[in-house]
Design a protein around this ligand. Sequence first.
Ligand code: B12
Ligand code: SF4
Length: 455
Amino acid sequence: MMKILLILPQGAIYRKSGSFKKSLRYAPVALTTLAGLVPQELNAEIRIVDEGVEELDFNTEADLVGITAITGSAPRAYHIAQRFRARGVPVVMGGVHATLMPGEAAKYVDTVVTGFAEESWPRLLRDFKQNKMERLYTQSPHLSLANLPIARRDLLKKEAYITTNSMQATRGCINNCDFCVIPVAWGRRMYFRPVEEVVKEAAELPGKALLFVDPSPIENVEYAKSLFRALIPLKKKWVGLATTKITKDPELLDLATKSGCKGLLIGFESVTQETLRLANKRFNSVNDYSEMVKKLHARGIAIMGCFVFGFDNDDKDVFQRTVEFVDRIRIDLPRYAVLTPFPGTPLYKKLKSEGRILKDNRWSLFDAQHVVFKPAKMTPEELQEGHYWAWRQSYTAGSIFKRLAGSRCLLQVLVPANVGYREYARALPGYTEEVLTEGTWIDVNEPVGGLEGRL
Ligand code: B12
Ligand code: SF4
């Protein structure tokens, strides 16, 4: 019987021993999806290890290892690959970082898979069985998300997550925000699962809660409306991600509410309109933010609001202005990121051409919590300290109380989540470069190209 070991490596902050607690953690989707895609005829034994909730045993028996990685966890992925390959176990890597940097990944693993793998992964496994696995598998030009097998949630440590009912209806995004990886890695287009298949899967999941990991299913309004309409009879409650556009279409918002939407992760990004223009996120309107939040709260929808620090327009006042704004408009769960030039993005190209990337290739630091470039209107240290300050300030008891008292949405989830982020905020400064790079491996002296590093 073929033994397949699928691994989700985590950076130090998010590892089991780190500061990202269960109250913030829901089940990951990539590996359960890949496990579901393993062809039946291979009769394989599959194990999933998420380093966020368990320790990886490097001696685990396996015929083939599959690793997924985002940029911040790529060095950890390479380290893990090196350990298994030293034992003679072949390693395959896929996911966003391998898609952005296939040439780099190929130096550390046997096979690289780029793009969405619904067609290529089963093909790879059949090739492996016949001893003819290739070095690179790319996304099929005819990729379809119809008739897909159901994700193997049964392989997860169920008790380690707030919910294992994570799922998806769409992939990709049509927008083109300057700092975002999604349009670069997967193209500016969306892929859709047939609505009836999504609803069937949702109906069969246990309990009332659902979590959609789609970057923004509402970018195709007609698809989103038909999905929401079809979800209404299930009487489930769901949280997901969406752009600010969701509040601009009253029918869409009403349908989302009726379908059981209880929480949305929204990228507000900045409280300055000019910054949004520079970041190519013009559809966000700062003047509307307060009204938007009121509209969502009035429908019982809580908001995880994401903000980014370090844009060229940001000066040292940006932290205080943002924190005050977040308190004033009552964002239920604020999340701050440091602007990060992920490889391949327009932002990366701009900063690289200006000689402003300070930590190129030090991917462990590319976790959106650490400064890896030279900001325009402050020093890197001021940006890092201001970022830590904003996290701490937004998660003081006073701020949590003010925000939640003003919102009163989904309190059974948001009180523990706020407490979880309070701990996370306090722990963040402890994750220094030394801590983050420990247990990871990448030969930083070796010059690694950007997208030109493709195979
Ligand atoms: C949901 C999500 C989250 C959730 C994760 C919840 C969870 N439990 O899954 C939360 C909100 C917690 C989160 C956090 C973060 N996230 Co996030 N997240 C996403 C999002 C929107 C969806 C991920 C997903 O599940 N997709 C569905 C699966 C099925 O798709 P997939 O992973 O791409 O897998 C497919 C293929 O890539 C391929 N594949 C993947 N792995 C492998 C492995 C093998 C062996 C093979 C063969 C194939 C393969 O096959 C799959 C099927 O086709 C993505 C955007 C995106 N569209 O991917 C961002 C994204 C991955 N996140 C991103 C970032 C930056 C972060 C944070 C660092 C943000 C922050 N500010 O702190 C943190 C890091 C957390 C951590 N643990 O390290 C970036 C990564 C960029 C980069 N280059 O690193 C992305 C791309 C968003 C973006 N716009 O830039 N995230
Ligand atoms: S709207 Fe969100 S997912 Fe789409 S490109 Fe912009 S940041 Fe990325």
